[in-house]
Design a protein around this ligand. Structure first.
Ligand code: WT7
Length: 654
C-alpha cells in the first residue's frame, strides 16, 4: 500500500491458528516451496492423499499438446464415488450431508447414506433413459436437493452436466442445450423465491419451441411447486415416475481423470457464451484442497456457500467440494431478503453455521437493509457458531469488509477474499485463514501451487506496485480444459499469442503491494461486466438490444454501483426518432423487459439513454471510453475533435 492509503492489517486469532490446516505463514510458505521445488510432485502428493482412484495415475502433468494440458491422465476414478460412497464406507453414512432450507422455511436433512441412495436411483433412471458416458445433460433447476442429486447422478454415470441458472431465459436455455448437444434436460415445474412460486417448465417448453434442440430426447421434470405443467407424450417424464422402481445401488462409471465432468457457460468478450469444460480428477482435487486449506474444513463444521448451483461457485463449493470432504452443508432455496433481510443471519443462528461464504453484493445490500431496519442487523442474532467467513465473485470494498468482519464475524473470524473464475475451477488467490495477515480489499496471496503473476502487454512481469495484467504461469489441475466445441476460441481467449501461448490470461487487471506482494484485483480488462457478482458480456447485451425491432444500434458499458458493484448502462440508437420524456420512459421499460426476456433479468440495463447516433471515430469505431465517462456522469474534458459527431455527447449525458 502506498503511504496515503495505509490500510489496517488483521491477524487471524491465536485460537484459529492453533487448529488450522495451514497454521502460520511458515507453513504456508513451506507448501508454496514444495510446489516450486517439485511442481508435479506437489499436486501428485495431494491427488494421492485426497482422492480415491480406481486405477492410480502414473503420469502427472502432460504438456505435450499445450495449452490443452492433461492431469493424471492415465488415472481412473469416479467423482460421485469420491463424494458419497467413500464417505459412507468411512463411517459417515449417518452424518448429515445436506441441510436443505426452502424459501418458506421448510427444512429437510439428508444423510450421506440417503444421498447416495437418491443419487444412485437418479443415476439408474438416467441410464434407463439411455444416458451414457459422455452424453450431455442440461440441468435447469432451482436450488434444491434434487439439483445436487442430479449433478451427482450425472457424475456417477459419466454424463457431462451443464447447469443453466434458473434465472436465465428461454433463449439462453435453448442456446445452451443446442451448443452442448444435450440428450436430456432436467427441470422442475417451478421454483419458490421470495414467497412467490415461479414457473420453470413453461420456460423450458418455450425454449424447446424455439427449435434447434433436436438433440434432446427427454425432459425430466421434478415436482416442487405443484404448478401447472404440460407434459409432452414420449418426451417428458416425471422424475418421481422414473425413479420409483430404480435400485438404490448403482455401479459407478469409472472414468479417466480428464473425462469432462461438466460444461458451464459463461460470458466472454463476444456475444456467444463460452462452454467452459472441466475435468474430473484435477477439478475434484482442487475442490477438495481449497475446502481443506482455504475453508479449513473440519468434521464438525456446518458449511454454507450461498451461491446458486447455476454458477461455478455452486458447483465447486456446494455440489463437489463440501461433499467430497464429508462435510455438512446448507442448501438454501430462497433469497437473502425474504421474509426479511435477516434471513441469512437467522439461518446461521438456527443451523449453527460455522463457515459462511457469500458475495460482496449480498453483504452490501444487507448493510443497507440493516441501516434501515435495526431488527435485521446481524448483531440481533446469535452468530457465535461462526468461525470463518468468505467472500467471492467481485472485489470487496474495505468498508463492506470491515462491516462483515465486525458485525457478522464478531471481530474474530478470518475473512477469505477468494479470487477465482469459472475457468479456474477453484480458488486461485486467497488468504489462508490460519496464516495470512488480511488486508481488506486485497485477495492477498496465491493458493499454494498457483503461480500467479502481474505482467505487461509483452508478458514481462512488472515490479510490485505497478498495475498490469493478471496471468498464471503454470497450468493447474482444476483449470478449464477447452471451450466446448471451440478449441480455437479457448486458445485465443486464454493462451493468446501476445504471451507466446505460455501464460494463462485471466482477463483481470491486478496490482501487487510494494511491501507484501499482496494482489489486488483492479477489474476486468475485457468487455465483461460484473453485476452483483454475475458475469455479463457487454456484447451479449448489445446483441439482445439490437435484436429488438426498433433498435438500430446499441453500446453497453458498466458504471460503478454502490450495491451491485457495476451497473449496466446502454446507449441506444432507435430506428425511428430519438424519444424524449414519457415516450423515452416507455421505450426504456420495453427494452429492459426485452433484454430480461432475451437473456434473463440479471442482464437488464439499469440505465438506458437514447441518441441519434453513438460517439464514433472517423473510421466508425464506437468510443467506449467516452461512453464509460458519460455513464458515470463525468464531464468530457478531453479533446473530442477526432470524433465524427461530437454533438452527440450532449444527447447521451443522461
Ligand atoms: C470474475 C470471474 C469465482 C466464482 C464467481 C465468479 C471477478 C471473482 C473475485 C474477488 C475480485 C473477483 C473477476 C473474475 N472476481 N472473485 N475475490 N475479487 N474480483 O466467477 O463468473 O467466472 O467471474 O469475477 O473479475 O475474473 P465468474
Amino acid at each position: 500500500m502506498s503511504n496515503e492509503q495505509k490500510l489496517s492489517v488483521y491477524q487471524p486469532s491465536e485460537e484459529f491458528v492453533k487448529n488450522a490446516a495451514i497454521a502460520g505463514m511458515d507453513a504456508y510458505r513451506a507448501l508454496c516451496k514444495e510446489a516450486e521445488d517439485d511442481y508435479e510432485g506437489f499436486w501428485a502428493r495431494h491427488a494421492r492423499e485426497m482422492l480415491e482412484w480406481k486405477e492410480p495415475f502414473t503420469k502427472v502433468l502432460d504438456e505435450s499438446d499445450a495449452p490443452f494440458f492433461k492431469w493424471f491422465a492415465d488415472g481412473k476414478l469416479n467423482v460421485s464415488y469420491n463424494c458419497l460412497d467413500r464417505n459412507v464406507n468411512n463411517g459417515l453414512g449417518d452424518k448429515v450431508a445436506i441441510i436443505f432450507e426452502g424459501d418458506k422455511g421448510d427444512v429437510t436433512r439428508v444423510t450421506y447414506k440417503d444421498l447416495l441412495a437418491r443419487v444412485s436411483k437418479f443415476a439408474n433412471a438416467l441410464r434407463s433413459l439411455g444416458v451414457q458416458k459422455g452424453d450431455r445433460v442440461v440441468i435447469y433447476l432451482p436450488m434444491s436437493i434434487e439439483g445436487v442429486v442430479a449433478m451427482q447422478a450425472c457424475a456417477r454415470i459419466g454424463a457431462t452436466h451443464s447447469i443453466v441458472f434458473g434465472g436465465f431465459s428461454a433463449h439462453a436455455l435453448r442456446d445452451r442445450i443446442e451448443d452442448a448437444g444435450a440428450k436430456v434436460l432436467i427441470t422442475s415445474d417451478g421454483q419458490h423465491r421470495g414467497g412467490k412460486a415461479l414457473p420453470l417448465k413453461p420456460i423450458a417448453d418455450e425454449a424447446l419451441a424455439l427449435g434447434g434442440t433436436d438433440c434432446l430426447q427427454n425432459v425430466v421434470v421434478v415436482k416442487r411447486t405443484g404448478g401447472e405443467v404440460t407434459m409432452v407424450d414420449g418426451r417428458d417424464v416425471w422424475l418421481d415416475d422414473i425413479v420409483a422402481s430404480q435400485s438404490e445401488t448403482c455401479e459407478p462409471e469409472w472414468v479417466e481423470a480428464e473425462h469432462p465432468l461438466f460444461v458451464l457457460y459463461t460470458s466472454g468478450s463476444t456475444g456467444k457464451p463460452k462452454g467452459v469444460q472441466h475435468s474430473s480428477g484435477g477439478y475434484l482435487l482442487q475442490a477438495m484442497m481449497s475446502m481443506k486449506y482455504t475453508f479449513d474444513i473440519k468434521p464438525e463444521d456446518v458449511f454454507w456457500c450461498t451461491a446458486d448451483i447455476g454458477w461455478v461457485t455452486g458447483h465447486t463449493y456446494i455440489t463437489y467440494g463440501p461433499l467430497a470432504c464429508g462435510a455438512t452443508e446448507i442448501v438454501f432455496e430462497g433469497v437473502p431478503t425474504y421474509p426479511d433481510a435477516g434471513r441469512f443471519w437467522k439461518m446461521i443462528q438456527d443451523h449453527k453455521v460455522s463457515i459462511f461464504y457469500t458475495a460482496p453484493t449480498a453483504i452490501r445490500s444487507l448493510i443497507k437493509a440493516a441501516d434501515n431496519n435495526p431488527e435485521v442487523h446481524p448483531t440481533k442474532y446469535d452468530l457465535s457458531s461462526l468461525r470463518l467467513l468468505g467472500s467471492v465473485g467481485e472485489p470487496i470494498n474495505p468498508a463492506a469488509w470491515e462491516w462483515y468482519y465486525q458485525n457478522v464475524g464478531g471481530g474474530n473470524c478470518p475473512i477469505v477474499d477468494t479470487f477465482w473464475q469459472t475457468e479456474t475451477g477453484a480458488h486461485m488467490i486467497t488468504p489462508m485463514p490460519g496464516a495470512t495477515p488480511m488486508v481488506p480489499g486485497s485477495c492477498t496471496l496465491p493458493f499454494p501451487g498457483i503461480m500467479a503473476a502481474v505482467v505487461d502487454e509483452t508478458g514481462t512481469e512488472v515490479p510490485w506496485g505497478q498495475g498490469g495484467i493478471l496471468v498464471v504461469k503454470r497450468p493447474w489441475p482444476a483449470m478449464i480444459r477447452t471451450i466446448w466445441g471451440d478449441p480455437e476460441r479457448f486458445k485465443k481467449s486464454y493462451y493468446p499469442d501476445d504471451f507466446k501461448g505460455k501464460l494463462y490470461l485471466a482477463g483481470d487487471g491486478a496490482i501487487r503491494d510494494v511491501d507484501t506482494g499482496y494482489f489486488t484485483i483492479t477489474g476486468r480488462i475485457d468487455d465483461v461486466l460484473n453485476v452483483s457478482g454475475h458475469r455479463m458480456g457487454t456484447m451479449e447485451i448489445e446483441s439482445a438490444l439490437v435484436a429488438h425491432e426498433s433498435v438500430a444500434e446499441a453500446a453497453v458499458v458498466g458504471r460503478p454501483d454502490d450495491v451491485t458493484g457495476e451497473a449496466i448502462v446502454a446507449f441506444v440508437v432507435l430506428k425511428g426518432a430519438r424519444p424524449t420524456g414519457d415516450e423515452a420512459a416507455k421505450v426504456i421499460k420495453e427494452l429492459q423487459n426485452w433484454v430480461g426476456h432475451e437473456i434473463g433479468p440479471i442482464a437488464k440495463p439499469k440505465d438506458i439513454r437514447f441518441g441519434e447516433n453513438l460517439p464514433k471515430t472517423r473510421s466508425g469505431k464506437i468510443m467506449r471510453r467516452l461512453l464509460r465517462q458519460l455513464a458515470k456522469g463525468e464531464d468530457i474534458l478531453q479533446d473530442t475533435s477526432t470524433l465524427e459527431n461530437p454533438a452527440i455527447l450532449e444527447q447521451l449525458k443522461g
